[in-house]
Design a protein around this ligand. Structure first.
Ligand SMILES: *Cc1c(COP(=O)(O)O)cnc(C)c1O
Length: 358
């Protein structure tokens, strides 16, 4: 079976975790500080604050950006659930706007009409590793005094015209879940150039504690472990090579599937640095195609089978339909694109995909 994801872990990570365990220092300490420094450098931002997972990163980033009760955050309905539930955790309200069907990302032309005095921030999601239109989003946020909170949980290393996404501000969040482009087991990071946001997130991560038993906020335990950070530092060194392999795999699929009128391959706007967390095509009879591919040894993924506005706990936040999202949710199929695929496996994925859509 060719799986949709395969975490890349070697003896190196095993040794690093063993060393941490034997050191007896397991909770946030030197290894976390070392990982944060390296991750900040990689993203091009001044600060990276490591936390326990991507959902915690989003929650802390929203709080540190000032999102609170009765605030609106404009976001995409085509994402993982915690992009929106973390807005609700702050007491805020996710305001969904439909996607651009070509990129699967938030349609920047439909945002301004939704801005009201309640609007506090815009949260784009760089879905599948393709940046949202950050030039336009930055402009809208600046013109309207809104925070730009990026869900970059699928986009480690993505860029626009060579400019890393995190440098568009105000704050960017990452996940290191096992299926992401790099992993720490569970893990996350908040990345920003803003000293005040970074400090606020650091406090929130550790019970709001400013100095021993002096508290500045109602905080959380959102700390990363030393084991996770030790894995992260090693993974980060290998990430550029892995991303290149994903990009080359995607290029292979683009060429091999081109001209097949039953398959729509991913569109990448000129200058956009897609890092292919997922290689997602559109097909008709998607469920049948996926089932047949599994029978022929190729695992696929459906990200996502429903829009966030169609999910029970979030449906109350949206009374409009989102036709582009709903159509995409019925048609998307992600193919294995991870860096461990061999040339032979890549050829098999193409062959099995073409056969399944016939
Ligand atoms: C993975 C992911 C998250 C959540 O990250 P966790 O580490 O699983 O909490 C949030 N948003 C998006 C878009 C993701 O892909």
């Amino acid at each position: 079976m060719i799986n949709i994801a395969k975490p890349q872990l070697s003896e190196e990570e095993v040794r690093a975790v063993t060393d941490v365990l034997l050191s007896g220092k397991l909770a946030q300490g030197e290894k976390v500080a070392e990982f944060e420094k390296a991750f900040a450098a990689f993203t091009g931002a001044r600060h990276a604050v490591a936390v326990g997972n991507g959902t915690q990163a989003l929650h802390a980033a929203l709080l540190a950006s000032g999102v609170q009760t009765s605030d609106d955050v404009i976001t995409t309905p085509f994402s993982f659930i915690s992009s929106a539930t973390t807005i609700v955790h702050c007491g805020g309200r996710p305001v969904f706007t439909d996607i651009d069907p070509r990129t699967f990302n938030i349609n920047v032309n439909a945002i301004e009409e939704l801005i009201t005095p309640r609007t506090k921030a815009i949260m784009p999601v760089h879905l599948f590793g393709l940046p949202a239109d950050l030039d336009e989003l930055r402009k809208i946020c600046d013109e309207n005094g809104l925070a730009l909170i990026q869900d970059s949980c699928q986009a480690h290393g993505a860029s626009i015209n060579g400019k890393p996404i995190a440098t568009y501000g105000d704050v960017s969040t990452f996940s290191f879940y096992p299926t992401k482009n790099m992993t720490t087991g569970e893990g996350g990071a908040v990345v920003t150039d803003d000293d005040a946001i970074a400090e606020h997130v650091r406090l929130l991560r550790h019970q709001g504690q400013k100095s021993r038993y002096e508290y500045a906020h109602v905080g959380y335990n959102y700390r990363m472990t030393e084991m996770a950070a030790a894995i992260g530092t090693l993974q980060l060194r290998k990430l550029p090579e892995w991303n290149n392999k994903r990009i080359n795999n995607a290029k292979f699929f683009d060429e091999a599937l081109a001209g097949n009128d039953k398959i729509t391959t991913p569109l990448v706007p000129e200058g956009y640095g897609h890092v292919y967390h997922q290689y997602t095509i559109r097909v008709q009879n998607r469920d049948e195609v996926g089932k047949q591919m599994a029978e022929n040894g190729v695992g696929t993924g459906i990200y996502y089978p429903r829009g966030l506005h169609q999910l029970g706990p979030l449906a109350g936040y949206c009374d409009r339909s989102m036709p582009n999202t709903e159509k995409a949710a019925n048609e998307v199929l992600s193919l294995p694109v991870h860096p461990a695929l061999t040339d032979e496996e890549l050829a098999t994925v193409v062959e099995v995909t073409k056969k399944a859509v016939e």
